[in-house]
Design a protein around this ligand. Structure first.
Ligand code: COA
Ligand code: AMP
Length: 656
């Protein structure tokens, strides 16, 4: 069925006491949504005025064929100008752009817009001195420090395409991305800090360069306190390692280079169903327009407001809402190095909100569940004044109603679940707080964003018309501005992965339903992708790693329910004849293998040895049945089961 925002609008108005009335501007969500769908050309061309163009586009969209479109053709702009120069020119140079708060080192630092512009322009100059030109790729492998923002915006300043890799990935995952993106430059640090351990990046980078760094000419290294390692340690390396501070000091500030609207702003890799991650390509113009609009119309954030996205720059949430969105809007963004719990306690989030006057906070449900486990009565909240907080936005995984109620009742501000993906770069569905806060429905991500035409399709691609009936969630083409334009280096992969299943639609890979009021419920993935602590992982790539072990004959990985992380990956293996092992030793070896090949982010800790994997007679592993058994759900054993004993063995070891 089609999501019907008209019915959502007919619902009684929600609690809007936290939404300043001038922001409502008499707009109703349903009117705005209808306008965006009926006349996207006019809607988005008008919205394009929110950004500063060197050449203004005269039309919003150009569709070349079913799988190709360009937003704002003919338009030229520079994103770093929109994030920095225009605010400085407007007299806001002294306003804080970035607040850095590291719970790991105790460091607290602010950069004004003028200071950030200066650093970005200089580092852009350093990149240019290293031979980086518009269109060249730069891989950024950095922890949560202000340099991550500087590096990303420096790329934008000279039209380079960045690809940020999350610090929790191992050398081989970094290498896969280096091979695919073929960067000229890697930007990194001596390392990151995790509770109880330091993560030295330079040995990881050196190994990744060996495995996949053929294109790399220069590595910039910023030194971190507490983590050993510097560019000087690699003075004899065949690739040039340069100290960031020296390079930035020596460089002339680079002028911004305007690029075409469709010029790729960045590539961000995400897990697909195979072991090979997909490089999602974001354009420049559509991205800048959509994110600028989203700050006020979705998040209710304007210039001067303090905004905090407690994610990581390595994820899409970090790209859009630690870096680009808040700076495009002229707001203050917080970059926080720490965890919601244990650094030092479950009051960490509330401390930051009080200390900086945070107006809206964005994090993942898993972080809220972690706080809840440590501090179910929210006693830490009583130590802080969080009255500045107007909304808590959650995304990245399903927000279970229980967690929703706990947070909504305890924190005394609206908790807003919203749904999006690396591919979309900004939300698909949300309670549009910046337009009109609709009455929330726990378990629902509310209504489609303006620009999004969402359908529920059955397996044959037909519209599911009954409210409440689950199906494949799909979006009509063309996708709104800022959503992906393609997959890096592989035109066919974009079509095959997203457009082939339902011609004329983008298949989100999620299933769900729309209720009688037009509210969307996202229930889970339809593919082999799992979601661990808001991080997307491919079970296929985990299985590939497990079978690298010389004792393992076959492997299946499923995502089972986890009280904190939403899901956790559990492995099931069979052993080769003559390779019997102590299960505990084997488990440790397999866990180490996953850490080595994928990284600690997989949080892989559980493996079961089976005599046989449950399969159909045609050899298909019954992953869904395995998951259902482990999750204690009802399950159906297909008549085509190869050996029912395999199911009995699973039932015997499943948690009760
Ligand atoms: N660099 C290196 N290692 C990292 C890392 C990084 N940037 N981020 C996480 N890791 C490591 C952790 O140290 C941990 O290692 P360990 O197995 O040695 O303990 C492992 O990866 C798993 O990390 P994580 O999933 O973060 O689990 P956790 O138990 O340390 O913390 C939460 C649990 C809920 C507190 C944490 O997952 C969290 O804050 N999640 C928020 C999720 C988020 O921001 N998602 C983005 C989408 S909005
Ligand atoms: P990622 O690309 O890593 O951000 O993961 C995107 C996937 O996370 C989506 O396809 C969904 O499966 C899931 N997801 C994200 N946000 C939500 C949400 N609010 N509710 C349910 N699932 C979500």
């Amino acid at each position: 069925m089609t999501a019907t925002p008209e019915s959502a609008a007919a619902a009684p108005p929600g609690s809007t006491e936290n939404v300043p009335t001038d922001r409502l501007r008499n707009d109703r969500y349903a009117d705005v949504w209808r306008r965006s769908i009926e006349d996207p050309e006019a809607f988005w061309l008008e919205t394009a005025d929110l950004v500063e163009w060197t050449t203004k586009p005269t039309s919003a969209i150009e569709i070349t064929d079913g799988s190709h479109w360009r937003w704002f053709p003919g338009g030229e702009l520079n994103t770093s100008v929109n994030c920095l120069d225009r605010h400085v020119r407007a007299g806001r140079g002294d306003a804080p752009a970035v607040i850095y708060d590291s719970a790991m080192t105790g460091t607290k630092k602010q950069l004004t817009y003028a200071e950030l512009l200066d650093r970005v322009a200089r580092f852009a100059g350093a990149l240019r001195d290293a031979g980086v030109e518009a269109g060249d790729r730069v891989v950024i492998y950095l922890p949560m420090i202000p340099e991550a923002i500087v590096a990303m915006l420096a790329c934008a300043r000279i039209g380079a395409i960045h690809s940020v890799v999350f610090g929790g990935f191992a050398a081989s995952e970094l290498a896969v991305r280096l091979r695919d993106a073929t960067p000229k430059v890697v930007v990194t640090a001596s390392g990151g800090l995790e509770p109880g351990r330091t993560v030295e990046y330079l040995p990881i980078v050196a190994r990744a360069l060996e495995l996949g760094g053929a294109s790399v000419e220069t590595v910039f290294v910023t030194n971190r306190p507490l983590v050993p390692g510097s560019a000087a340690d690699y003075a004899d390396h065949e690739i040039r390692f340069i100290d960031w501070t020296d390079a930035e000091a020596a460089a002339e500030p680079a002028d911004p280079m305007p690029v075409a609207s469709e010029h790729p702003a960045y590539i961000l890799y995400t897990s697909g169903t195979t072991g090979n991650p997909k490089g999602i390509v974001r354009d420049t113009g559509g991205h800048a327009v959509a994110l600028t609009r989203s700050m006020s119309k979705i998040y209710g954030i304007e210039a001067g407001d303090v905004w905090w996205s407690a994610s990581d720059v390595g994820w899409v949430v970090g790209h859009s809402y630690i870096v680009y969105g808040p700076l495009l809007a002229g707001a203050t963004t917080i970059i926080y190095e720490g965890k919601p719990v244990g650094t030092p306690d479950a009051g960490a989030f509330w401390r930051i909100v009080e200390e900086y006057g945070v107006k809206a906070l964005f994090t993942a449900p898993t972080a809220v569940r972690a706080v809840r486990r440590e501090d179910p009565a929210l006693t830490h909240l009583g130590r802080y004044d969080i009255s500045s907080l107007e909304a808590l936005f959650l995304a990245g995984e399903r927000l279970d109603p229980e967690t929703y109620h706990w947070a909504n009742d305890g924190i005394h501000c609206p908790v807003i679940d919203h749904w999006w993906q690396t591919e979309t770069g900004w939300p698909i569905c949300v309670n549009p707080r910046g337009i009109e806060l609709l009455p929330a429905k726990p378990g629902s991500t509310s209504v489609p964003c303006p620009g999004v035409d969402l359908r529920v399709l059955d397996a044959s691609g037909a519209d599911v018309t009954d409210p409440g009936t689950e199906g494949n969630l799909a979006l009509t083409l063309p996708l709104p501005p800022g959503y992906l334009l393609g997959v890096w280096g592989d035109e066919s992969r974009f079509r095959d992965a997203y457009l082939k299943a339902f011609p004329g639609y983008y298949a989100t890979g999620d299933s769900g339903y729309v209720d009688e009021d037009g509210f969307v419920f996202v229930m889970g993935r339809t593919d082999d992708v799992i979601n661990v602590a808001g991080h997307r992982l491919s079970t296929g790539s985990l299985e590939e790693v497990l079978t690298l072990h010389d004792a393992v004959a076959e492997a299946a990985v499923v995502g089972v329910a986890d009280a904190i992380k939403g899901q956790r990956a559990v492995g099931f293996v069979t052993l080769k004849h003559g390779h019997e092992r102590d299960p505990a030793v084997l488990r440790d070896e397999l866990v180490a293998l996953v850490r080595e090949h994928i990284g600690p982010v997989a949080a892989f800790r559980e493996v079961h040895v089976l005599a046989k994997l449950p399969k159909t007679r045609s050899g298909k592993v019954l992953r869904k049945t395995i998951r259902q058994i482990f999750d204690g759900e009802d399950y159906l054993v297909p008549a085509t089961i190869e050996d029912p004993a395999a199911i009995h063995a699973l039932v015997a070891i499943a948690p009760r």
